[in-house]
Design a protein around this ligand. Structure first.
Ligand code: ZN
Length: 74
């Protein structure tokens, strides 16, 4: 049995609208204080880039949420 050293948390990140792709909420995995990544452009769970918004908790209770990130973060 192993003991987890650091707890993995997910923060919400907003991607930008790109061509036909609408802006979506994605999840970003963080291993440190989420305040340190606030406003930063990070790689999301689904592999795209989005800007971290710590004011918005993950999971996001919105309709425009990335389905891949929801599945990957659960
Ligand atoms: Zn995503």
């Amino acid at each position: 049995m192993t003991t987890a050293i650091a707890r993995t948390t997910h923060v919400a990140a907003r991607s930008r609208a790109h061509g036909p792709t609408a802006a979506l909420w994605h999840a970003v995995e963080v291993h440190r204080d989420p305040a340190e990544v606030d406003g930063a452009c990070e790689l999301t769970l689904c592999g795209s880039l989005a800007r971290v918004t710590v004011e918005q908790a993950w999971p996001v209770a919105e309709r425009d949420v990335c389905v891949s990130c929801v599945v990957l973060s659960s």
